[in-house]
Design a protein around this ligand. Structure first.
Ligand code: FAD
Length: 378
């Protein structure tokens, strides 16, 4: 039985690796005609790294990336409001948190896949099921037939659209800029992810290797971020923040800064139909406030492959959804709420938020901050 994956992002590639390890014949169709160098990093939390250990790429990722020991929220002056120390969770789950260049992660996953066919420049337009087969049509006018199709084609998934119609994408009204730069900052930041919360905006940074820093900056907008931030000068926008922000942004090549608006997928009723199943952002896209979007995709990839190897596809899809949905939806909703809290833009609200966060007992901060790192199906 051949399994066709649509999309060669983190979700699609991880699914392919997991399926191959379970003995399946896999192929991937990807819309981009060549993999480009992504100008951003990604933080892989302990839950995802436990899966990557199972899939045999843990050491490669750890060696190529940068170990993150703690995650810290500060005010815009870099005074700590809340800190999650990950060491206990590392010991408990025997895995570390790693921040890594997205391109490097992609290369590691591709290498692990070896000679698995990946057809580039193949944008799926739609698919339908008939006579125990799935019929796929691509933008280039070609057609294809498969036994099972897994939609790992991201938040704007064509696979999802084909089986469920239009689903609601929620716009958080926050714009995000991301960059990567070689910059010399204090060595104490080497193993920390810091996120500074200001008024309606925030700035985060983390090392992705010894010399390289990945940063993200977000700001609220009213109606149209492209227009409202048309001529934005980021160091000026964040001038009220600790000077490390302008140092980091100022050292980044402007042409390499990525801009995205923050959106998620309102949880959907079902992740599969017949011989077609969704995973990753196609099924449970979240805003990135918990740094869990890809981590959830990685978990879904592993569980879906395991279920397919244990039972018939129709039962497997149901079992996969049963195992994964509750957590994935919780991440989507918690992340959405956290994004609103992080972007409060009035003085009193900010003062109240920061004071409340400071008085939460450390034990509770640790418990909440590490709640989603355990995996009970491994
Ligand atoms: C600003 C930001 C920061 C983030 N930070 C983190 C983080 O630190 N940690 C974390 O875990 N997550 C993070 N995420 C979330 C993470 O990036 C996503 O959840 C993850 O990339 C989803 O992977 P995916 O493979 O499901 O989808 P995608 O990465 O979107 O991959 C989909 C693939 O499908 C292809 N495709 C799309 N349509 C078609 C089609 N019709 N036919 C064929 N191919 C198609 C695309 O080209 C792409 O290669 C962040 C997201 C954002 C926006």
């Amino acid at each position: 039985m051949k399994i066709t994956i649509i999309g060669a992002g983190i979700g699609g590639l991880t699914t392919a690796i997991a399926l191959k390890q379970n003995g399946f014949d896999v192929e991937i169709f990807e819309s981009t005609s060549q993999f480009r160098k992504a100008g951003s990093g990604i933080n892989l939390a302990i839950n995802a790294m436990q899966i990557y250990k199972k899939l045999g790429v843990y050491d490669d990722i750890l060696n190529a990336g940068s170990y993150t020991r703690s995650m810290i929220v500060t005010n815009q002056n870099l005074d700590v409001i809340s800190k999650i120390d990950l060491v206990e969770a590392e010991k408990k789950y025997n895995a570390k948190t790693v921040a890594i260049h997205r391109t490097t992660l992609h290369e590691i996953l591709l290498k692990k896949l070896g000679d698995t066919p990946i057809y580039l420049g193949k944008r799926l337009s739609n698919l339908k099921e008939s006579e125990n087969k799935v019929h796929l049509s691509f933008d280039d006018g070609t057609d294809y037939v498969s036994d099972i199709v897994l939609g790992a084609d991201g938040i704007h998934s064509a696979v999802r659209k084909s089986i469920l119609g239009n689903c609601e994408l929620r716009i958080a009204k926050q714009v995000c800029w991301r960059g990567i730069t070689k910059v010399n900052i204090d060595a104490k930041y080497q193993s920390e992810l810091n996120e500074m919360w200001g008024s309606g905006k925030r700035f985060g940074f983390v090392h992705i290797d010894k010399e390289t820093v990945y940063w993200f900056a977000l700001a609220n907008y009213k109606n149209d971020f492209k227009n409202e931030f048309k001529d934005v000068n980021l160091p000026d926008l964040f001038s009220g923040f600790n000077p490390i922000v302008s140092k980091i942004i100022g050292s980044t090549d402007k042409n390499d800064i990525l801009t995205n608006e923050m959106i998620d997928l309102k949880p959907i009723s079902s992740w599969s139909k017949g011989r077609i199943c969704l995973l990753g952002d196609a099924a449970h896209a979240t805003t990135p406030n918990l740094g869990q979007g890809a981590c959830q995709a990685i978990e879904s990839a592993f569980v879906l492959a395991k279920c397919l190897s244990d039972m018939d596809y129709s039962l497997a899809f149901k079992q996969y959804e049963k195992i994964r949905k509750q957590t994935a939806v919780e991440v989507v909703n918690t992340s959405w709420r956290l994004g609103k809290i992080a972007h409060i833009d009035n003085k009193l609200g900010i003062k109240l938020r920061n004071s409340l966060m400071k008085i939460v007992p450390q034990k509770m901060v640790q418990k909440q901050g590490t709640a989603m790192l355990g995996i009970d199906y491994l």
